[in-house]
Design a protein around this ligand. Structure first.
Ligand code: BEZ
Ligand code: FE
Length: 294
């Protein structure tokens, strides 16, 4: 190593040491751990790529654009976390150690807190376009006991790949909340979801384009399931044979969450109704891990 190289390395190490030192007296030990680790890794990253002034400026401009496009209906920073795989890594780190429990996946930005209440067997589509789809299964514990009265929230994109919050007229469709029945059973009507692109008209979309990545997500139906004494489950079901299963823009697919769709024509549905034309059905059990709180 030349004398000049040694000087550069020493100068860089001195900056990192000084910043680490500035956090050394953080009273909260967890915050101290997180901040010192963040500084070590961030500085190591900048050193590894030999970050230029122009690249630092581009990064600041990128984050500024992300801030400007973010509002109560659009969260560009979560989208950034999603396309960098940080969201799914966090899901993986925090997955409960409960063999047999349904796996979790990304929450996504399209959940709405006050979705309409739907009776067991009701229709969450509420006018969303698409082929009718009957979804049913059981909510149970990892030891096989049914969980009655579990709160099940579901939301999905319509046939055109849009969630209701993306409709210009503000109407509610493709979402609802229901409760599992006395034997843990659940069932509802919806429409068959379609693949759709994540919002890609902002800086995150530009990043995907610049790196040759696509914005598409495979078709899926979101679930948020909660019951006293159990870990809240945030997951999706994906449809087998979807062309985007292996290239989900946010890395959310897990094999156990991929379900077969059954197609029906001119046959009565499980609830005795006779849907017009083709209809579909999906069976999927929701298995909850015990809560960490004892
Ligand atoms: C979603 O599935 O709704 C979603 C997840 C991550 C980013 C964008 C959308
Ligand atoms: Fe989604």
């Amino acid at each position: 190593m030349s004398a000049e190289d040694t000087l550069t390395t020493d100068r860089e190490a001195a900056v990192t040491a000084e910043v680490l030192d500035s956090f050394a007296a953080t009273p909260d030990p967890r915050l101290r751990q997180v901040m010192t680790s963040l500084v070590r890794h961030l500085h190591a990253f900048a050193r590894e790529v030999r970050l230029t002034d122009a690249e630092w400026t581009a990064a600041i401009e990128f984050l500024t654009r992300a801030g400007h496009i973010t509002d109560s209906r659009r969260q560009e920073f979560i989208l950034l976390s999603d396309v960098l795989g940080l969201s799914m890594l966090t899901v993986a780190i925090n997955e409960p150690d409960a063999p047999g429990a349904t796996e979790s996946t990304v929450f996504g930005p399209f959940f709405v807190d006050d979705a309409p209440e739907i009776a067991l067997g009701g229709d969450i589509a509420q006018g969303a376009a698409g082929v009718a789809c009957h979804v049913s299964g059981e909510v149970r514990s990892v030891t096989g006991e049914p969980i009655p009265g579990a709160r099940i929230e579901v939301w999905e994109a319509d046939d055109d790949g849009f969630y209701d919050v993306q409709y210009p007229d503000g109407r509610t469709a493709g979402r609802g909340r229901l409760r599992s029945g006395t034997d843990g059973e659940y069932r509802f009507w919806s429409v068959l979801p379609s693949p759709y692109p994540i919002p890609h008209d902002g800086p995150v979309g530009d990043l995907l384009a610049a790196t040759g990545r696509g914005p598409m997500r495979p078709a899926h139906l979101h679930f948020l399931v909660s019951a006293p004494g159990f870990r809240t489950l945030i997951t999706h079901i994906f449809l087998a044979e979807d062309p985007y299963l292996t290239s989900d823009a946010v890395f959310g697919v897990k094999d156990d969450l991929v379900v077969e769709v059954s197609w029906h024509h001119d046959t009565p549905a499980p609830d005795g109704s006779h849907p017009d034309g083709d209809w579909t059905s999906i069976a999927f059990d929701l298995v909850l891990a015990p809560s960490d709180e004892h």
